[in-house]
Each structure stands twice: as C-alpha cells, then as structure tokens.
Design a protein around this ligand. Structure first.
Ligand SMILES: NC(=O)c1ccc[n+]([C@@H]2O[C@H](COP(=O)([O-])OP(=O)(O)OC[C@H]3O[C@@H](n4cnc5c(N)ncnc54)[C@H](OP(=O)(O)O)[C@@H]3O)[C@@H](O)[C@H]2O)c1
Length: 212
C-alpha cells in the first residue's frame, strides 16, 4: 500500500521504517524536510515531502504528530486529500505540561477523546486509533517472552479497521477491536498507564496483552 506519514518524530520515523520493511511505499510529510536528512540516507527508498504531498500520495495516512498539533497537521495535509482515506491515529492528547508523579496530563476528558474530535471535524476520513499505547521502540515486530502483545484499536469504519488489523499482524501484533470511535476515550489513556513505569523507573520496555 501507499502510506503517507504525517510527522517526523520518533513515531513517524519508526513507523515509516516499519512500513518500508514490510514492502509498502512510504512518503513522510513534514513541514521541515531537512530534519529527515539522516532518515533519508538510512532509508533511501522512503520519500520525504510536505504534508499535502504526503496525504495526496497516500492510500493510508498515519497521523504521528503532537496531540496539540493534530488538527493543524490534518488541515495542512488538506481536507480533500484525506477524504475516503484510512487515517491511523497514533496521537495522544498530552498537554504541554510535565507529568505529576509519573502521570501525564491530558487536554481531553473521559467523556471525549482526541480521535472523536478529529473524526467529527474531518468526517470524510476513516480514523482508526492504533499505535498510541506503546513506545516507538516497540511498535514494529516487538519481541517479548510472552509472545505477541495486544494493540487496542477502535474506529467507526469496519473495513478500515480490517485493513489496520492486517498491518498490525505484519508488525507482529495481536489486534483487539474495541468498537467505535468512542472507545478512544479508553484507549488514549492507556498511554498514561504505559508511560508511568518509564517516568518513575526509566522502564520503557513493555506492552499490553489481553488475556482471555
Ligand atoms: N514517542 C512515542 O514513543 C509515542 C508512542 C505512542 C504514541 N505517541 C504519540 O505519537 C505522536 C507523535 O509522537 P512523537 O514522539 O513521534 O513526536 P512529537 O514530538 O510528539 O511530535 C512531533 C511531530 O509533531 C509535529 N508538529 C508539532 N507542532 C506542529 C504544528 N503546529 N503543526 C503541525 N505539526 C506539528 C511535527 O511535525 P513536523 O515534522 O512538520 O515538524 C513533528 O513531526 C504524539 O501524539 C505522541 O503522543 C508517541
């Protein structure tokens, strides 16, 4: 598939490399392509462009920008370029404030979520929450003694979630579909939980697994 990544941070670069590893075509969209010079040397088959060109190129868009910038990044990508496309939403609604005793502050509350806000505003795009509840270093084919970890996903479009589940299988994950967009109210705060051992004990090597 043709993958357009919005964002040039750890998540954007890691997922871009993962998609290339699994045989997809990738264009990273960033406001400052020069930031990605080293990534481009390491991954010469990957393309680097502005957000608009990345979204235009994409069959599947990956949103990997700061939560506070998610709306602006999608506007820069272009509403018409997103229409009908899957948007894998890896963002978290983290406030520009330090954690308190290891607990991040969010700008959303438990009766709303960032992904729902984005889905309402960019209503022609097909959002699927994924990759937000694990650190970038564990996103692509993570190796854990307990086997494949679980990625919790949600979104309103079942076909979009099926495509994302296929990607997650390639990336070494089990998928747990938690239903419609409202489930992002529960999935986004998993990021807070995931980060606590990191902030308290510098332990960033773990992932969630759903046992049944
Ligand atoms: N880091 C992790 O391990 C991790 C794990 C799971 C989920 N997440 C979530 O994934 C997202 C990306 O995280 P990250 O750590 O890779 O990077 P980040 O530092 O949270 O965000 C960097 C990206 O945000 C974009 N950005 C910042 N301000 C912007 C603005 N005003 N308009 C448009 N874009 C703007 C930048 O785009 P340009 O390239 O255009 O400068 C940059 O690529 C976040 O929402 C984070 O919560 C992170």
């Amino acid at each position: 598939m043709k993958i357009g990544i919005l964002g040039s941070g750890d998540v954007g670069k890691t997922l871009a490399a993962g998609f290339l590893k699994h045989g997809h075509s990738v264009t990273i969209g960033t406001r400052t392509p020069e930031k990605l010079a080293e990534w481009g040397r390491n991954y010469p088959t990957g393309q680097i462009a502005n957000p608009d060109a990345s979204a235009k190129f994409a069959e599947v868009v990956v949103l990997a920008v700061k939560g506070t910038a998610a709306r602006d990044a999608l506007l820069a990508a272009g509403v018409s370029n997103l229409a009908g496309k899957i948007v894998i939403d890896a963002t978290n609604p983290i406030e520009d404030a330090p954690p308190v005793n290891g607990v991040l502050k969010f700008f959303s509350d438990l009766n709303d979520s960032l992904m729902e806000r984005l889905q309402r505003e960019f209503s022609q795009a097909r959002f699927v929450k994924a990759f937000n509840s694990v650190g970038a270093a564990c996103m692509v084919n993570p190796q854990f003694k307990a086997g494949a970890p679980t990625m919790f996903i949600c979104g309103d479009d079942d076909a979009a979630k099926k495509t994302v589940s296929g990607i997650l299988t390639q990336f070494g994950w089990e998928t747990a579909d938690m239903g419609k967009a409202e489930a992002a109210r529960a999935i986004e705060p998993l990021c807070m939980l995931w980060c606590i051992p990191g902030f308290l004990r510098n332990d960033w090597s773990h992932a969630f697994k759903l046992l049944a």
